[in-house]
Write a protein of this length. Structure first.
Length: 191
């Protein structure tokens, strides 16, 4: 039964029976709007009459809602106040991302130094040979384990190295990489 419902939903999505190919004249639509506006104005008059009757004698609910509204206003802060309080927070909590394009194995030490300073590092190995890139990646991966960092592959030759206080949403990365060769590995030999 659920399978049939699924098919019916899919078919109804593409169904064009309700759509007419010929548009109605604009005059007819204006008349419909005027006809709809007349009963609406009559309803507004009736509602305003009821409002005036109930406004003359406030109920206990209205009094309580007014008190709740006043207490809620105390919790509202203006945007400049929020920005100012955010800017007053220590600079240690701000996260920076460094982009590194290592060309030799010795550049891996600089990358690890950035991780020690709690900076995120986006590493692109496009300028390294495969063997050097693999050694460099092994060194960075070992250092990230020791320093409680996280190393994630974000592209064919790109990796993101983050300290422990940064969380990366890996679900979005897999959606973005649908057209790319995600299974690229430096251990694999190119042909």
């Amino acid at each position: 039964m659920a399978l049939r419902d699924s098919f019916n939903k899919i078919i109804s999505y593409f169904d064009t029976d309700e759509v007419s190919e010929v548009e109605e004249p604009a005059v007819a639509s204006v008349k419909r709007q005027q006809d709809a506006a007349q009963p609406a104005s009559q309803q507004q008059k009736a509602q305003s009459h009821q409002y005036h009757q109930s406004a003359s004698r406030p109920s206990q609910q209205q009094v309580q809602s007014g008190q709740n509204r006043r207490s809620g206003e105390e919790n509202i802060h203006s945007l400049p106040t929020r920005r100012q309080s955010h800017n007053q927070q220590p600079a240690q909590e701000k996260t920076t991302i460094a982009l590194k394009l290592p060309r030799k194995y010795e550049d891996a030490e600089e990358i690890v130094d950035l991780l020690i300073r709690n900076e995120c590092v986006l590493i692109d190995f496009q300028y390294m040979l495969e063997a050097q890139a693999r050694r460099c990646l092994d060194f960075i991966d070992g250092a990230s384990k020791v320093l409680a960092g996280n190393l994630q592959k974000v592209g064919a030759s790109m990796y993101l190295l983050t300290p422990i206080n940064v969380i990366v949403d890996a679900e979005e990365m897999t959606l973005a990489a649908n057209g790319q060769d995600v299974s690229f590995n430096y251990d694999m030999k190119r042909r």
